[in-house]
Design a protein. Structure first.
Length: 281
């Protein structure tokens, strides 16, 4: 199905302005042409995500966070990725390519891209899929991403990088609450040192371990409570910007292609899911 034409269903629209999904008083827009990022999530008419081409919520794939000096190994092979946050490569290449809309309508949509896309090449063939699903009651959003190999095996990671607004206009700044088992000590190069330490108070640009699953709650006083949950065991929390905060569930730690590689094979794809659940206060 072409993303250039506009089609409409009972609760979904697909067209040049992106793919729109809606359920009750919740609506979101996905932009497959811009790295399959969620450009907008509105609950009861209130926008929750920072606006702009670099913001919203984008998938991090086939790696999350930074790769040291933009290099990783797969067995005896060394590969170099584009250094887009010198001296490191950051947040994968999936956000730089146009994804294909596989289906869109109702309250869900699915998108794919090929890892060897010339716009942001990866050295191994494979397919990435993202499924976006709004609950019928408009009270939650589930994102699922899969990475499949179509040739040689390779290390990979996947996750999401949402930019939640710090303030929704009234009620004060957001509060972030979570209980991690450890914090990855961050070195001066912004990479984990390999040492696990007790979690420290913010501000954060840090990775935390939650082996029983990610659960982080954001509370905008008098407005909204939103919980980010995932069966993944890692989450990066970033709150050093004035305009927005980030809660990033991911399948491995920063630089994990080198320090904790998870191989994707023909018979063992990588899959990760996260659910955001909210309620008004």
């Amino acid at each position: 199905m072409s993303t250039e034409n506009t089609t409409q269903s009972a609760a979904g629209t697909r067209g040049a302005d992106g793919v729109r999904l809606a359920a009750r008083d919740t609506e979101l827009t996905v932009h497959p042409e811009s790295g399959c990022r969620i450009g907008s999530l509105r609950v009861g008419g209130t926008e929750l995500l920072r606006q702009g081409d670099k913001y919203g919520c984008f998938p991090m794939v086939p790696w999350c966070g930074r790769i040291e000096n933009g290099q990783f190994r797969n067995g005896a092979e060394r590969h170099r990725m584009p250094v887009n946050s010198p001296p490191h490569a950051i947040h994968g290449t999936g956000r730089d390519v146009r994804w294909r809309t596989v289906r869109a309508g109702g309250t869900s949509a699915a998108f794919t891209y090929e890892l060897t896309d010339p716009a942001a090449p990866w050295p191994y063939p494979g397919t990435v899929t993202q499924v976006v699903e709004l609950a019928e009651d408009g009270g939650s959003l589930t994102l699922t991403m899969g990475v499949e190999a179509t040739g040689d095996s390779f290390p990979a990671q996947a996750g999401w990088h949402p930019w939640f607004l710090r303030n929704l206009g009234t009620g004060g700044d957001v509060r972030i609450d979570f209980a991690a088992e450890w914090q990855e000590e961050r070195g001066p190069d912004h990479l984990p040192t390999g040492r696990r330490i007790p979690p420290k108070p913010g501000p954060w640009d840090d990775c935390f371990g939650m082996p029983r699953g990610v659960e982080v709650t954001l509370t905008w006083p008098e407005r909204l409570e939103l919980t980010v949950s995932s069966r993944a065991e890692w989450v990066v929390v970033y709150d050093e910007q004035e305009a927005a905060v980030c809660v990033e569930p991911q399948s491995g730690p920063p630089n994990g292609l080198n320090t904790a590689p998870r191989l994707v094979t023909l018979i063992d794809p990588l899959e990760i899911s996260t659910t955001w659940t909210w309620r008004t206060l």
